[in-house]
Design a protein around this ligand. Sequence first.
Ligand SMILES: [Mg+2]
Length: 367
Amino acid sequence: MNLSNAVISRVSMTLKTPFHTSLGTVTDREGIVIELYDNEGQCGLGEGVAFSTPWYTEETVESSLTVIRHQLLPLLFQEPISHPEDLEGRLSSVRGNPMAKASVDMAVWDLFAKQQGVPLSSCIGGTRTHALAGVAIGSKDLPDLIEQAEQAQKQGYQRVKVKIRPGYDIEPLTVLRSRLPDIHILADANSAYSGYTEDLLALDDLGLQMIEQPFAPDDLAEHAAIQRRMKTPICLDESINSYSAAVNAVSFKSCRVINLKIGRVGGITAARKIHDLCMVHDIQVWCGGMLEFGISRAHNVSLSLLPGFTIPGDLSASSRYWAEDITTPELVVNEGVVKPFSGNGIGVELNRRRLDEVTIERFEYKK
Ligand SMILES: [Mg+2]
């Protein structure tokens, strides 16, 4: 692929509205932007989606930057690669760190598609004409939840995702269900229900679309046990941090749905393999969000055009989170539908002025 150099920017932007989960509140979002250049000056874009602190997964912005700079880029530039799928093997001497790896993987895939002169979605087997969008609501209390959910429905979203925890579940979900009878409701627990199985079972008659990640990420057995007792599908998010983790979850029957995040599973190559696995085993799959910037959002759209993405993902409009995104054009959702970006690769370009405004650190890596 004739790689020349990479420019890495650490960015920070304030969310329009703070995002609340059972594990904490996000007000400012840091991220990592990777520009990967070839000898002709073509640029592939990747984004690191770890958070500033390890509340969601072990990785952080700081740890990702260290691994990208001192491990992954030297391996990437060590010798030429001919195809993005070669990358997994190349980076296998680095354990874990899927979000750091995914940021590099995204940039390589985007550059590869641009070199081929095609959209990334065609490169990876996308067949859908549009992607389906839902919205994740991290609300501070019940009135806030209802207001945000009603707004989302007015904007045409087909599904809302609500953050729940023991003590804040059956009441808000029941009120929401009666106020918005037609919308799909997904309840995301971010692992808050270890030890609260009865609370969870009480939610089984609410007609929820699914309950996401009730137990700890490595509790595949407990997830399998609750799935056997509930008619509501269990969806795994944090548990699925690699292709192997997805194979285990499917083998143990720990879930009927997988929330697939490119960053969390180590990149597009792994995400596509998990998508294919889900299709073979009749597991529903949708694309999750990480409160990310426009680069990762555009990669998510490309991934969501694969044939298995038949239910709405977290493809919220850029304007829902940011006053101005770092890419252009921004992601727009109409009636719960995202039309793919046009152009080669992921179909978005950097908004240089905005990127510079929000960059707090930058370095270049050369061969
Ligand atoms: Mg989740």
